[in-house]
Write a protein that binds this ligand. Sequence first.
Ligand SMILES: *Cc1c(COP(=O)(O)O)cnc(C)c1O
Length: 416
Amino acid sequence: MTDSPTAVTSPTAVSPAVTAPVRERALSLPAEQLPAYLYDLGALRGHAAAVREALPERVELYYAAKANPEPEVLTALSPHVDGFEVSSGGELAHTAKAVPDRPLAFGGPGKTPAETAAALAAGVARFHVESAHELRMLAALAAERPAPAPPVAVLLRFNLPLSDGALRASALSMGGRPTPFGLDPSEAGDVMRFLTGGSCPRLRVHGVHAHLASGLGAAAQLAVAESVVSWAVRLFEHHGVPLHEVNVGGGMAVDYADPGARFDWAGYGAGLAGLTEDHPDVRLRIEPGRALTAYCGWYATEVLDVKRSHGEDFAVVRGGTHHLRTPATKGHDQPCAVLTVAGWPHAWPRPAARGDTVTVAGQLCTPKDVLARRVPAPGLRAGDRLVFALAGAYAWNISHHDFLMHPRPGFHFLDG
Ligand SMILES: *Cc1c(COP(=O)(O)O)cnc(C)c1O
């Protein structure tokens, strides 16, 4: 052990259960073809089907494409979801191509006029309007469309209050405090009057959208959903307008410290069922990203070097946080499993860990390039392989790929 202050506390690392297709591919790829992202599409389908099954029939499930927009992932999810939420013109074009003719909801702050026009031309099913300015832009662009175009269904995104408990429990909060997301509740009267006063006949006010926090467990998510729905019901009643839909967002928790844990979809689904019974005319919609795709993705790599530094063992692997930035940005240890490799093809000696735990770093010249600290891996050697779990969401696509110009990982969509 070391007397370095950072070594004092470490959560007990839980080794993830590597699925058979991932284990087989992670061991069979030549070292030069590592690192690699391995996506277990069978596992993804099974998980998405279980999520859908746990939800009441009347609750619509959209997938937030930004969590992982790989076309193979979108295609595998498509039969299990009611549509896709896209948050940019790029995601819109990409998703429309990958999963043609599926309903799309277009959200995200800072929509440009060109993106808005493209979304109108693509016939997106819902516009999630983030500001009064955006609403006026959308009304003007919708009015320019040729006459038979159907009215555009608008959900008004509001930044509604969150309980102190929910704010504290969330990993990230997009609402309940000053943020650039959605409309301030104080603007509700003005935008409702604008939408219903006859000045924008091509827009139809359909309901409310709120994506307020991420990382909440089922009970906290449900409490947020209930408060959003009751706020929306009161707003629409006050303006005498039928409320058709409330989208309560995504943000269902993924526990990076416990890779076998899952969000309580059954409990959440039962709570949503109660909510739909209380409000039979309102369609509820959710749009998770992370909690749908995190589990299907694995980042497999090879240990290049093992060394001891000031009393602590380090393994340096091919790749790093420029491919899998999630542990660096979220400040966690990415759960990882060791796949021991017996052979050593080189003429020089094979370095091995001396202690029981090893901190796994990547190839970048920065101390932030750490994938997992103090992983239980006694005797870990160069040439062994590591597979990092929960790398199916906000992993490759949020990472800074070009920093240091190392090669890109391979991508394997395992379907067997
Ligand atoms: C990112 C995002 C989601 C998905 O969030 P997760 O935490 O991945 O479930 C849903 N809705 C909106 C508006 C988002 O920005």
